[in-house]
Design a protein around this ligand. Structure first.
Ligand SMILES: Nc1ncnc2c1ncn2[C@@H]1O[C@H](COP(=O)(O)OP(=O)(O)OP(=O)(O)O)[C@@H](O)[C@H]1O
Ligand SMILES: [Mg+2]
Length: 261
């Protein structure tokens, strides 16, 4: 296990998204996000549809469509916003997207090898690689035949999510952002995916930012902190009990506060 400690620090982050009509003014989505995620910590973010959770994950990972208006994002003090998407990945940021993209014509195994080589700084030895792939697929209980298929092409929702967690285990980031990695999973897949995340937490002492709508995954992956995201901001933070309160009472208490602000 890595003993080095990492801290992802987000301060007063404001983010706009460009509209497809170039003449239209950009829309402000994030309105001052403050959040610190350290090695070994798991933070769950819950909040209504459209509140900006995925926007936050894309802004951290470096998606070009999102314009950083103001604020800072640093990893151990280093300015992440100054880095390209690739450099952020090499620095140790991993994003499992809510809607993983399909890459026709690129096999999963080639994609994984390229990603692993880029992040580790050297290509894995072929003999080790074959074994590593085999272990990774068996841990996520995926048929190894999938390794020869094009990245995510024609994969079911659950198959895509399993492959996101497979990547997490192979890339061993310092901070992992998981955007609704639990959505659409059957009960067995939920267990397998959660075990994958927990293995990562234990082996790497990684920091996890888990975006979810459901408390059921939080029974497997215990969060240290739960944050309520509403209207582009974190409006409340608490412990695991906050998730239960949300499940019981919904977001009304928070959305009405945000609307009045
Ligand atoms: N290209 C775009 N043009 C206009 N609006 C956009 C664009 N991209 C994002 N938005 C808007 O930004 C808001 C935040 O979207 P985001 O995907 O971050 O929400 P979310 O909290 O992840 O929601 P969900 O829980 O449904 O996944 C939404 O209202 C969305 O419509
Ligand atoms: Mg989202």
């Amino acid at each position: 296990m890595s003993s080095e400690k990492f801290t992802l620090e987000i301060k007063d982050l404001h983010v706009n998204v460009a509209q497809s009509d170039e003449n239209a003014a950009p829309i402000e989505i994030l309105k001052g996000v403050n959040l610190t995620v350290r090695s070994g910590e798991t933070h769950a973010i819950m909040g209504p549809n459209g509140s900006g959770k995925s926007t936050l994950s894309y802004a951290i990972a470096g998606h070009p469509k999102y314009e950083i208006v103001s604020g800072t994002v640093t990893l151990n003090g280093e300015d992440l916003l100054a880095l390209s998407v690739d450099e952020r990945a090499r620095a140790g940021i991993f994003l499992a997207m809510q809607y993983p993209i399909e890459v026709p014509g690129v096999s999963m195994t080639n994609f994984l090898r390229t990603a692993v080589t880029a992040v580790r700084g050297e290509a894995p030895k072929l003999r080790h690689w074959v074994k590593e792939i085999k272990v990774a697929y068996s841990e996520l209980e995926i048929d190894p035949k999938f390794a020869e298929r094009s990245v995510n092409e024609g994969f079911s929702g659950g198959e895509k999510k399993r492959h996101e967690v497979l990547q997490l285990g192979m890339l061993k980031p310092k901070i992992a952002i998981l955007d609704e990695t639990d959505s659409g999973l059957d009960v067995d897949a939920l267990r397998v995916v959660s075990e994958g995340v927990n293995r990562y937490r234990e082996n790497e002492n990684g920091g996890v930012l888990l975006i979810t709508h459901y408390t059921r995954i939080l029974r497997y992956i215990k969060p240290d902190f739960v944050h309520v995201f509403s209207n582009g901001q974190i409006v409340e933070s608490g412990g695991a009990e906050l998730a239960d309160e949300l499940e019981e009472h919904g977001y009304e208490r928070f959305t009405s506060t945000a609307a009045g602000a």
